[in-house]
Every structure is written in C-alpha cells, then in structure tokens.
Design a protein around this ligand. Structure first.
Ligand code: HEC
Ligand code: HEC
Length: 463
C-alpha cells in the first residue's frame, strides 16, 4: 500500500501538464556495450536508400539476432518475438489470456504476457523501495515479471529460455550449443571474444547480457512517440482534446479514478519521461481465470510476490500470515490501449472491462466473482450490466469475493480509491462520463507505431 498524498498527485501531474518534464529519455547502456559499429550496408538498389549502419553495440546486435531466433527454443518454433511481437508493442499478437509454448507448442503458460516497452529504467526489486514520487511510504517495488523475481533484464531472459512451458530448452548448455551453431556465431565471437564458447556457463551469461543490451539500446523498446509524449514535451500535435484532458484529470483525481497513485511516476528517473507506473506492488483482488489450466487444481493459487513462482517470500506454512500474498506489480500503462489480455492472469480482455472492474469491484462484486449457493435467474433484470465476467444474475447465494486468493490473505487487499471497500450497492467512484474520458486519455499513451485494440468511436474523444 503506497498512499500518495493529494498534493503529490496534483503536483506531479502539474509538472507534466506544464511540459516541464525535461528532455527525452536517457538510456543506460549496459556494461557489455562495446561501442557502435557500422553494420554491412545493404546492396544499393536504384530505388531504396542503403540501410543505415546499426547504432547498436555488438552485444546488442547479438541480442537482436537472438530475440528473433526460433531455433533457440525446444520446439524450434518459438522466439522471444513470438510472445513479445514488436508490431504489437512487444506483446502478443493474439488475445489469449496465456500463450502456448513448450517442446510441442501445446502447453499453456501461467501468466499473461506483458509488453516489453519502457522496462529499461526499472529498478531492482526491494521489499522497501523508496517510491519515485518521494512522497509515498516505501514498500515492495521494482524488478521484472509480475512478482519482481528477476532483478535485471539479463536475469529475466533466463526464465523463458529454460521454462518448460515457454521456450523449453533442457539446459543452458543446450542454448549455448544452438548459439554455437547459429549463423551469427561469428558475431557472438566478435562481441564477446574468440574464446566465448570455451566455457558454457560464461557463454550463457554473455547471451543473457546480449538480450539485455538489445532491450536497453534499441529505441523500438522505448520510442516515447505517443500523443502524451508530444503533449508533455509541448511538441506539435501534442494538444490533448477536451475529452482526453478530462480523462487525465480522472486519472489523477484522488477522489475518483486515483490511477496516478499507483500508475504514475513523474519525470526524473534516469532522465526518463513519465512511465505510468511507480513500480509498486499491491493486492487488488483480480478474479481467478478458469481458462488457465493450472487453475483446474483448486489448491493452486498464483499469489504473486509470496509465490509459488517466486520462492523467497513464501509463507512459513500454508495460510500463515504473510503480507506479500496477492501482491502483483502495477505495470506501466503505456500502450495499454493496444492490449487484449489484462492483469497477471489475463482474465480481462478489454480496457473498458478493466476500468469497470476498478469502479464496481466493491459496489457490484457479483459482476466479477462467482456466486455460490444462489439460483440463476431465467432472465436478467433489465439494467443488469453485460460487461462483467459474470453475465448471469442470481437470486440469493454468496459472492466469492477475491476468489483467487486464500481467504487468510483477504486483509492484504489494498483499500485505496477507486477500490476503497465501499458497501455493495453504493454509488461507484467514477461516472459513465469519467469512464469514457479515462479511456480517451489512456489511448494517448500508445506509441505512434501501434494500433488500438478497440478503436474509439469516431469523434468520441474529441469534445
Ligand atoms: C511463451 C511466451 C513467451 C516467450 C517466448 C518469452 N516471454 Fe517474456 N514473458 C512472458 C510472460 C508470460 C511474462 C510474465 C512472466 C511473469 O510475470 O512471471 C514475460 C515477461 C518478460 C519480461 C518482464 C517484463 C516485465 O514487465 O517485468 C521480460 C523482460 C521478457 N519477458 C523478456 C523476454 C525475452 C528476452 C524472451 C526471449 C529470450 C522472452 N521474454 C520470451 C512470455 C514469454
Ligand atoms: C492501489 C494501486 C492501484 C490503483 C489505484 C490502480 N491500479 Fe491499475 N494496477 C495495479 C496493480 C497492482 C495491477 C496489476 C494487478 C494484477 O496483475 O493482478 C494493475 C493493473 C492495471 C491494468 C492492467 C494492465 C496490463 O497490462 O495488464 C490496467 C489497465 C490498470 N491497472 C489501469 C488502472 C486504472 C485506469 C486505474 C484508475 C482507475 C488504476 N489502474 C488504479 C494497481 C493499481
């Protein structure tokens, strides 16, 4: 829980609104960088200009080759880009909650695939990370994946390469053998030395650094080309419409949307522009996704920071007190309007659904969690909304709120607005107009090379 004072949000957003966010992003170069080199220029054709020389370090050039190399998987059919498609803001091209991988490409993963954009300035995980806003109390923050179990992009890259549900290599040695046989093996030797393959463990470590260097150096991972960036930098075309401006206010307003208290970090960190996450972890009670095969086991709970994927904060015994259970990383909202699977388990499939969940999790929990012991109505009452995860209305019974967290951990659920624990049946914090405006604003966070998952209706975000 990282409550941010009202003055803080207003102040933070004001800096951005005034275009005082400083210059563009400064990208930290990895220790492996060996300086820019001229790549071989493409054969000149009469019509096309020659390709510009690569501005990536040799290590990053290796990482780029690896990122798209399907041979680096147990199936031979999957690369990093299969799940992190550059044409979809480095997120999946399909709308599955979790992707299929493994040696035969038939095993479902455990979590939705995040975008890889704007991860370059993520600090390592800490239980008590200073909040970048400088106002909120320190709390769990930083790190990669939804539970922060990898401290660097290099450490993270090991996970998919060896995960039997993803790229499914049997060992790091198997990956190194494939690299040795790759047509870009000479580039690897150029980047890391002629003896790079002599020691398999060292070669694997270098390969992970190469993937990290690519993600840090290549501008496609952090183009800062959204309408919001134009607006924050006072550039041409950077004017928000009245609807988008109202949406920004809902985003920042501590009495309605309050999104900024977890999804905003102002300019400053490593010279970056606003990242739309403060890297913090909270338990917000995302409903269980029955579509994930692992969830067929009623004993299985993905509890984020307390495990089971992450192992260093596990409860001492089942259901023993543990404040980390249920916490997941508040992801960046940049490019969120391009996504088709939301939250760590991909249970929701539209931005509107996510925002309606935030608005009515407490006031109409029956729309989001299963009801047990009730009788389904033959026909829903007029006005019973169709946007929830549960579209059947019940008489009687009990709503199983927070059905993806053992009951012992319900007290970990965050109680900040917009989900402040207000009674079922009361008025939700955001109005219909607020929701529509907020969606308009979130669409301004999409990079210029992306397409919205659900285009807003023509004219809807103008006035
Ligand atoms: C089968 C799909 C799949 C493939 C292939 C895949 N990933 Fe991922 N990636 C995921 C999922 C799922 C997560 C979220 C994992 C979690 O939260 O535990 C993720 C998370 C990440 C993250 C952390 C992002 C964040 O927000 O913290 C990075 C970085 C990443 N992947 C890089 C890579 C690289 C590099 C490769 C290739 C070596 C790769 N991925 C291959 C599915 C995939
Ligand atoms: C108390 C902190 C908090 C507040 C306030 C908050 N969020 Fe979140 N948000 C989170 C966390 C934590 C997650 C990840 C939850 C998970 O995966 O289980 C998340 C996830 C999301 C996602 C899913 C992104 C993705 O890539 O899957 C969206 C969209 C989102 N939030 C939008 C909003 C909006 C819009 C608001 C304001 C109406 C808001 N959030 C308010 C903490 C917060």
């Amino acid at each position: 829980m990282r409550a941010l004072g009202a003055a803080g949000i207003a102040g933070a957003m004001l800096v951005v609104a005034c275009g005082g966010s400083g210059s563009g992003p400064a990208v930290a170069l990895p220790g492996t960088a060996t300086g820019a080199t001229a790549g071989a220029s493409a054969p000149a054709s009469p019509t096309a200009a020659p390709a510009p020389p690569s501005t990536l370090s040799l290590a990053a050039q290796v990482g780029q080759k690896m990122f798209f190399d399907k041979k680096l998987s147990g199936s031979g059919a999957m690369s990093c880009a299969s799940c992190h498609d550059p044409a979809h803001a480095h997120a999946p091209a399909n709308d599955l909650s979790v992707q299929l991988g493994g040696v035969h490409m038939d095993l479902a993963g455990l979590r939705a695939v995040p975008s890889l954009r704007y991860k370059d300035v993520t600090p390592p995980y800490a239980d008590l990370l200073d909040n970048p806003d400088g106002i909120s109390v320190p709390g769990p923050g930083g790190g990669f994946t939804a539970d922060g179990r990898a401290d660097t992009l290099a450490a993270q890259a090991r996970i998919p390469l060896l995960d039997p549900l993803e790229m499914a290599n049997a060992s790091s040695a198997e990956v190194v053998k494939k690299l040795q046989a790759a047509d870009y093996a000479p580039l690897i030797a150029k980047a890391f030395g002629a003896k790079v393959f002599d020691d398999s463990d060292a070669a694997f470590a270098n390969a992970l650094l190469a993937l990290q260097a690519y993600q840090l150096e290549d501008k496609s991972f952090h183009p800062y080309s959204s309408k919001f960036d134009l607006y924050a930098g006072n550039k041409i075309g950077g004017t928000l419409t009245p609807a988008e401006t109202r949406g920004l206010k809902v985003f920042a307003n501590p009495a309605t949307g309050n999104c900024a208290s977890c999804h905003y970090q102002g300019a400053g960190l490593n010279g970056s522009s606003a990242l739309f996450t403060d890297f913090s972890y909270e338990a917000i009670g995302v409903p269980r996704n029955a579509g994930i095969p692992a969830n067929n086991n009623v004993q299985y709970f993905d509890m984020g920071v307390c495990g089971p994927l992450r192992t260093d904060h596990a409860p001492a015994a089942p259901n023993a007190a543990n404040s980390f259970c249920g916490m997941f990383k508040a992801p960046t909202l940049r490019n969120v309007a391009t996504r088709t699977a939301f939250f760590h388990n991909g249970v929701m499939h539209s931005l509107e659904q996510v925002i309606r969940f935030y608005n009515t999790r407490d006031t109409q929990p029956e729309l989001w969690y299963p009801t047990v012991g009730g009788t389904p109505k033959a026909k829903n009452d007029p006005g019973f909304p169709g946007y929830g995860l549960v579209t059947t209305q019940y008489t009687g019974g009990k709503v199983q709120k927070y059905d993806d967290l053992p009951a012992a951990y319900a007290p970990n659920i965050d109680t900040q607005l917009p989900m402040d624990g207000r009674a079922a049946g009361s008025v939700p914090p955001m109005s219909e107009q607020d929701i529509a405006d907020l969606i308009c604003f979130l669409n301004t966070l999409s990079d210029a090379d992306t397409k919205p998952a659900t285009p807003t209706k023509p004219g809807a975000c103008v006035n």
